[in-house]
Design a protein around this ligand. Structure first.
Ligand code: C2O
Ligand code: CU
Ligand code: CU
Length: 571
């Protein structure tokens, strides 16, 4: 980062916004229904007025449309990749099958279209989508690809809550970015000194003088925010990552780590004609969080490029809410009771897994990474855990490094049991898919791996600081149905196509007349553990047999309804 940019960053962050004017924030267009067409594209966006920056976006040059889905609907999504880069799109927080999840194995090549389709099983809430290609997630998110998913359900519909999109219900993605001297986005950087909401720097939003709903998403690559309103005005949190809390919680501060969402209600009824700013009170963040003055637990631990940065450890405005006339029938009271949530019983857990985060190198330089999970870096070809379908599990996660990491798991929402043995605060007592784990802290959560099993395509768990994730602070698991091979009498059918067979160039493709759920290969010694499978679409896959001995193999392919077995020959 150049000196000149440090100066610009300081000015943007510290001078009153009147000097630069306010910029009405962009409200992403929304798409409702069951068919969603998304086009990943490059473009330019003016973060600084009059200056074009190269960006990536969905159906536009920055961010993406908000997808509004109904629980129970079967949705069909077409994701076309018009970028020059291979990427993936992941539905963060949603309970979808592994092949629809858009993790790093489900690549969308340039020019290709990916067509996931799934039933929305999630609770009403605020979810999001973003790219997830291994080692490129931070680049593609930082360049601009991120969008909201709002799920609605009948429980939420019965509550009196603001839900008029863009009128009293607003999606707000909070991010920081770093720009180089040419105003291009630098993604591999710890010098993110420009804060923005919905890709708008010094943003403002006209809001009616009544109770409004803000759907907050921390879409930053690394930074933790300590959200609050001007003059410590209180607000009411109604939902966390996985939807409604049991009861509303009144707060003046809310810590939001990368990947986390919160829905808050703000009562602006007595502020007509005034402005209230939404801020990050980062001066209150303790050492050991990215966003505080010291990103490491001890001040001698430095992170390259981190300081100086006017955003670190100081309070700054994210967005100015300009309070205008109320709508015709505004909501006047906030419901206290929201949902009933039953906590999974610890005694029912079938498994406890221990995960430990460590820096690869100890000492004062450790914040620069890599960070390891149980001593390992991510390997695309290693499945770290095999989880039986419907398992109830406790994950006990210990952070033995000097910086806090937001841990995220795909497939499930979890419930936090404790932080260092203590019950979590009220705002963390609902469903979560990201939890910030501070240095020397142990967090335990409980969850159940229901509905989806696929022994071929894994789900991810990882740190949601995208620099750490891309650096390998990630692992993967498959959920398997223990009954899928043994319980059902194998059905030998002509409906499986293996071509070519015998295999040529170590590669052969498999087609079924129903959706492929899993592919397992056996040789004389039993299951071949490191089979490489590329799913091209729900009905077609390619298997790669590099380095496998010549001979006869038996292929078990499980579809949605049947099992298919075929002999294949490698010559
Ligand atoms: Cu939000 Cu695995 O990601
Ligand atoms: Cu996710
Ligand atoms: Cu991390």
């Amino acid at each position: 980062m150049r000196k000149y940019i440090i100066l610009v960053g300081l000015i943007i962050a510290t001078l009153p916004s009147v000097l630069f004017g306010q910029n009405p924030i962009l409200i992403p267009p929304h798409i409702s229904g069951t068919q969603f067409n998304l086009n990943l594209q490059t473009g330019t966006h003016q973060f600084i007025s009059g200056v074009n920056t190269n960006t990536m976006g969905v159906n536009g040059s920055i961010l993406g449309p908000t997808l509004i889905m109904e629980q129970g609907d079967l949705v069909d999504i077409l994701v076309t990749n018009s970028l020059m880069d291979t990427t993936t799109i992941h539905w963060h927080g949603m309970h979808v099958s592994a092949e629809n999840d858009g993790g790093p194995h489900t690549k969308i090549y340039p020019g290709a279209t990916w067509n996931p389709s799934f039933t929305v099983l999630d609770r009403a809430g605020t979810y999001w989508y973003h790219p997830h290609l291994h080692e490129q997630t931070n680049k593609h998110v930082s360049k601009g690809i991120a969008g909201f998913i709002i799920v609605k359900d009948s429980e939420e519909a019965l509550l009196s809550l603001p839900r008029d999109y863009g009128v009293d219900d607003f999606p707000l993605v909070i991010q920081t970015k770093d720009f180089d001297a040419n105003n291009e986005i630098i993604h591999d950087s710890n010098s993110d000194d420009v804060a923005m909401v919905n890709a708008t720097v010094n943003g403002s939003l006209n809001v009616p003088a009544q109770i409004v709903r803000l759907r907050l998403l921390n879409g930053s690559s690394q930074r933790v925010f300590n959200i609050g309103l001007q003059n410590d005005l209180s607000f009411v949190m109604i939902a966390s990552d996985g939807g409604l809390l049991e009861s509303s919680v009144s707060l003046t501060r809310l810590r939001l780590a990368p990947g986390e969402r919160a829905e808050i209600l703000v009562d602006l009824g007595s502020f007509e004609g005034q402005s209230v700013s939404l801020k990050s009170y980062a001066s209150e963040l303790p050492s050991g969080l990215y966003g505080a003055t010291n990103p490491g637990m001890m001040s001698m631990m430095s992170l390259t490029g981190y300081n100086p940065n006017a955003l670190n450890g100081s309070d700054f405005s994210l967005l100015t809410l300009n309070v205008t006339t109320p709508t015709s029938a505004p909501l006047t009271t906030i419901p206290t009771s929201l949902s009933s949530i039953s906590m999974l019983d610890e005694n029912l857990a079938n498994e406890t897994r221990s995960l430990v985060f460590t820096p690869e190198a100890m000492g004062p330089n450790q914040l620069n990474g890599h960070f390891l999970i149980n001593g390992n870096s991510f390997d695309m070809n290693t499945i770290n855990y095999t989880i039986p379908l419907n398992n109830i599990e406790i994950w006990s996660i210990r952070n033995q490094s000097a910086i806090a990491h937001p841990f995220h798991i795909h497939d499930v929402q979890f419930q936090i049991l404790d932080r260092n043995g203590n019950a979590p605060p009220l705002e963390e007592q609902g469903y979560k898919d990201v939890v910030l784990i501070r240095p020397m802290e142990t967090v335990r959560f409980i969850t159940q791996f229901t509905t989806h099993a696929n022994s071929t395509v894994p789900y991810m768990y990882h740190c949601h600081m995208l620099v750490h994730e891309d650096d390998g602070m990630m692992g993967q698991f498959v959920v398997v149905d223990p009954n899928s091979i043994s319980d059902v009498e194998p059905e030998l059918t002509n409906n499986i196509e293996v071509f070519p067979n015998p295999v040529i160039n170590n590669k052969t493709s498999i087609s079924l007349d129903e959706e492929i759920e899993s592919i397992v290969l056996f040789d004389a010694n039993g299951r071949v553990s490191d089979l490489k499978v590329q799913l091209s679409d729900p009905f077609n896959s390619t298997i790669i047999l590099n380095d496998k001995p010549k001979g006869i193999y038996i292929l078990h392919v499980r579809g949605k309804r049947k099992k298919h077995i075929s002999k294949i020959v490698l010559m």
